[in-house]
Design a protein around this ligand. Structure first.
Ligand SMILES: NC(=O)c1ccc[n+]([C@@H]2O[C@H](COP(=O)([O-])OP(=O)(O)OC[C@H]3O[C@@H](n4cnc5c(N)ncnc54)[C@H](OP(=O)(O)O)[C@@H]3O)[C@@H](O)[C@H]2O)c1
Length: 305
């Protein structure tokens, strides 16, 4: 490298870094008083998001299938001391089943009635699946798709017209690393999350002209009951807390990352350790090696079973 080139490169990198820091600072928003809808707020990541957004002063609409469990979350939030420093609002709740897509229009009306509009929709609810394709009934593939894909896209489509009308709003979806790579014995789940990624990527492009950002968040394993609540090939509950899930990220940390992504209006956020992140790049840059690794993983898991 010639004598004048190195300082030039370093100056260029410095300017780039400064630009990134400045754009981050400029786009840092706040959720104080903002109307935030969270699906799957009764447990796991959704419940942690409820805590974090409530403490940050958001006006919450919490959604789930079980009215009693949602009320319990509301009571916990109202009693929480950490929220007392800021102006906080008592959360509202709307009960509906995302897998029953014909009821979602009515649920969206109820959601809109809470505060008259929605600023941020966080599509968080979901179920997982464990099983091999040979033994999995097609109704199970559909069930996972209804909850993880058709439910969130129906709710999003039902709330979007009011956002477009106001030229304001923000759509967030909790996908998964498995929305970017498919691993064996997770077909229904990986397929539903790949579909989710594709739908919300299209939506992002279509909504830019209305000033409505779309954020896809793809976490790796999180310490929740997702694997316990997963369905198997015959539709029964898996009921096991997998080691990978138990050793995953803390839901509180992921919830803070969701808040940050909302404040920064990020487009696509991968929240995973070095290995899953490497696998995502491998799938694109060296697919043959990725497929070999997945086949070997499938054989190993088959042996264990
Ligand atoms: N845990 C992980 O390792 C992990 C990793 C990557 C991504 N994720 C994603 O994170 C999101 C949250 O999952 P979690 O880990 O917090 O699992 P979780 O503890 O099992 O929570 C799932 C939530 O979804 C709700 N839900 C399930 N089926 C529903 C339906 N048909 N209609 C309405 N709500 C429904 C549940 O509410 P009720 O049962 O009370 O109705 C529950 O609140 C999911 O989208 C999941 O795919 C999780």
């Amino acid at each position: 490298m010639g004598g004048g080139t190195l300082p030039l490169v370093l100056t260029g990198l410095g300017v780039l870094l400064l630009y990134r820091i400045l754009t981050r600072l400029r786009s840092r928003g706040s959720v104080q008083g903002v109307v935030v809808v969270i699906t799957g707020a009764s447990s796991g990541l959704g419940k942690e998001c409820a805590k974090v957004f409530h403490a940050a002063g958001a006006r919450l609409v919490l959604c789930g299938r079980d009215a009693g469990r949602l009320q319990q979350v509301v009571q916990e939030l109202t009693a929480s001391t950490s929220a007392k420093e800021k102006q906080v609002f008592p959360p509202s709740t709307v009960v509906f089943d995302l897998a029953k897509t014909d009821t979602i229009g009515k649920a969206a009306e109820e959601i809109l009635k809470c505060y008259g509009h929605v600023d941020v929709l966080i599509n968080n609810a979901g179920i997982s699946y464990r099983g091999n394709i040979l033994d999995t009934h097609i109704s199970v593939q559909r069930e996972v798709m209804e909850t993880n894909y058709f439910g969130p896209i129906s709710l999003t489509q039902a709330l979007l017209p009011s956002m477009v009308h106001r030229r304001s709003g923000h759509i967030v979806v909790i996908s998964s690393v498995q929305g970017k790579i498919a691993i064996p014995y997770r077909s229904a789940y990986a397929a539903s999350k790949h579909a989710t990624q594709a739908f919300f990527d299209c939506l992002r492009a279509e909504m830019e002209q209305y000033g409505i950002p779309v954020t896809v968040i793809s976490p790796g394993y999180i310490q929740t009951n997702l694997s316990v609540n997963a369905v198997t090939g015959d539709g029964s509950k898996y009921g096991v807390l997998d080691k990978t899930t138990a050793a995953g990220q803390k839901p509180k940390d992921v919830a803070h990352a969701v808040l940050e992504a909302v404040c920064q209006r990020s487009s696509d956020v991968l929240l995973a350790g070095p290995l899953p992140s490497l696998a995502v790049y491998l799938r694109t840059l060296w697919p043959a090696l990725f497929f070999k690794l997945m086949s070997s993983r499938a054989r190993k898991e088959q042996k264990v079973k």
